[in-house]
Design a protein around this ligand. Structure first.
Ligand code: ATP
Length: 279
């Protein structure tokens, strides 16, 4: 776990952020500052507004109230300083775009193939393809790759431009254990190399637990921000879920289970309990 608290002007700042759809408020009163070099994990059950938070930071979703600053400025779409790994979306078969093209787009922001990339760009593209383990399928159409292979290419595209703020929406989905480790280490190494910030949405914090500085936990219209040891505790999560929950730490992992007295109270939690693990 990171020792010293990150310093420097925030790369991401939310003040009194609230987001509602109709009469359903996902979160409100959200104050958050993410500083250079910080790794923030965003956790919580389905539908609590984790993706919507990232979309708000990208300028794709307007807040109901409050404001967001990204890299010191009001949020705007398409900022080169922000990288984004979207929640897994497979490319349609027949799309001719190659892995190399997506990563090239990530490096120089130009449309694939045009203009012809410079030697420096090509070198950087090869480096990134290698780093995400995509060299062997770099020239295959992305649509023909497996879900996990496509995911690695998207991570490559997002990190290729050395963003100061990297937003990741479940980037480890579809990856086997080895690639989960490799991809999360790659994201972490890049953060350390550039002193950039990472906001990482995930359903399982364990693969990244030793990288995380703070956790933003969203559940039941509530939120909690703090170091993992302060947030991932039985009393905190029981309050957030409004049902008794036990947080167990075993062999360096965090396991959340529903306490016997809480069984059957909340289906969404039970779903995760059946899976054996929840973060
Ligand atoms: N544009 C929209 N209009 C109406 N409702 C929306 C819109 N975008 C998201 N929602 C709703 O907001 C809720 C939160 O969605 P979001 O995708 O942010 O959740 P999440 O926490 O990322 O969930 P998951 O863990 O399942 O990915 C969902 O119920 C979703 O249907």
């Amino acid at each position: 776990m990171a020792a010293a608290a990150p310093t420097g002007d925030p790369v991401l700042e939310l003040e009194g952020g609230a987001l509602a759809f109709g009469d359903r408020t996902l979160w409100s009163g959200l104050n958050l500052k993410v500083r250079p070099g910080e790794f923030l994990a965003v956790l919580g059950p389905n539908g609590t507004g984790k993706t919507s938070l990232l979309r708000s930071v990208l300028g794709q979703q307007k807040l109901t109230s409050g404001r967001i600053k990204v890299l010191g400025r009001p949020v705007e779409r398409g900022s080169r300083g922000v990288g984004y790994v979207p929640q897994q979306k497979l490319m349609e078969r027949g799309t001719p775009v190659r892995a190399r093209d997506l990563v090239t787009f990530g490096v120089d922001g130009t449309r694939w193939g045009l203009p012809v990339p410079s030697r420096a760009t090509r070198r950087r593209v090869d480096e990134v393809l290698e780093a995400v383990g995509a060299t062997s399928f770099a020239d295959a159409p992305v649509a023909t790759l497996s879900g996990g292979e496509q995911q690695r290419v998207r991570v490559g595209q997002a990190i290729a431009g050395d963003p100061q703020l990297l937003l990741c929406d479940e980037p480890l989905i579809s990856l086997d254990l080895q690639h989960q480790r490799e991809v999360s280490e790659l994201i972490d190494q890049q953060r350390k190399r550039l002193n950039s910030a990472v906001v990482f949405v995930t359903h399982d914090v364990n693969p990244i637990l030793d990288m995380v500085d703070r956790v933003l936990y969203l559940a039941g219209g509530r939120f909690r921000v703090g170091p993992p040891d302060e947030v991932l505790r039985s009393e905190v999560l029981s309050y957030m879920y409004n049902t008794p929950v036990e947080v167990i730490r075993t062999r360096g992992r965090v396991v959340v289970i529903q306490s016997p007295e809480g069984y059957g109270v909340h289906d969404h939690l039970e779903h995760h309990v059946r899976g054996g693990l929840y973060s």
